[in-house]
Structures are given as structure tokens and as C-alpha cells.
Design a protein around this ligand. Structure first.
Ligand code: FES
Length: 103
């Protein structure tokens, strides 16, 4: 929301009124080409069922914008607001680490 990663479950609709919202669909190019972070999630098995993936992608995008070369600890801290019931987080951290090398 306005360039910051927020937890949608903690934002009232009225708080979003007049703001610019970027969803996971807005991370990819207009022609549908996946962004490097999206490619990295696919390549490094950062998703299974995909339920959590949009949140992780937008969170990782904001994380890498603010810290282009995070340590694994910084990555884990940065994604701590999201929960994944499938992956065990290894693939997610690996994907973000790999994407950081391309930014
Ligand atoms: S991939 Fe299923 S909850 Fe994360």
C-alpha cells in the first residue's frame, strides 16, 4: 500500500481509500513476464499450494527494494509476518536469496 508491504488482514478498507495498492499481479510485467522474484520462487520451489505466495512475493519485493542484499536472518525477519503451511520456508528463503542476486 503506497509502496509499503502491509498485512491485508490488519488494514481496514477505509484506510486503503485513496492509496495505491500493488498486488502480486502488479509485480509482473504488463505482458505477463514474471519478475525475477516470481521466477526465483518457481525455480527454488518457494511454493506448493500457492495460498501464501502472493503475500510472500509482495513482501519479498518490498524487502529487496529496501535491502537488496539481505542475509538469511534478515530474510527470515522480513517474511516473519507471513505464514506458509506447506514449504517449511527453505524454498522461500532460497528464492529470495537468489532474487537478491539479480537486483
Ligand atoms: S505454499 Fe501452501 S501455504 Fe505456502
Amino acid at each position: 500500500m503506497d509502496g509499503e508491504a502491509v498485512r491485508a488482514c490488519l488494514v481496514f478498507a477505509v484506510q486503503a481509500d485513496g492509496t495505491c495498492i500493488t498486488t502480486v499481479e502488479g509485480i509482473a510485467s504488463p505482458d505477463g513476464t514474471l519478475a525475477p522474484i516470481q521466477e526465483a520462487f518457481r525455480k527454488h520451489h518457494g511454493l506448493q499450494c500457492g495460498f501464501c505466495t502472493p503475500g510472500f512475493i509482495v513482501t519479498a519485493t518490498a524487502l529487496l527494494r529496501d535491502n537488496p542484499d539481505p542475509t538469511d536472518e534478515e530474510i527470515r525477519d522480513g517474511i516473519s509476518g507471513s505464514i506458509c503451511r506447506c514449504t517449511g520456508y527453505q524454498g522461500i528463503v532460497a528464492a529470495i536469496r537468489a532474487a537478491s542476486a539479480t537486483t
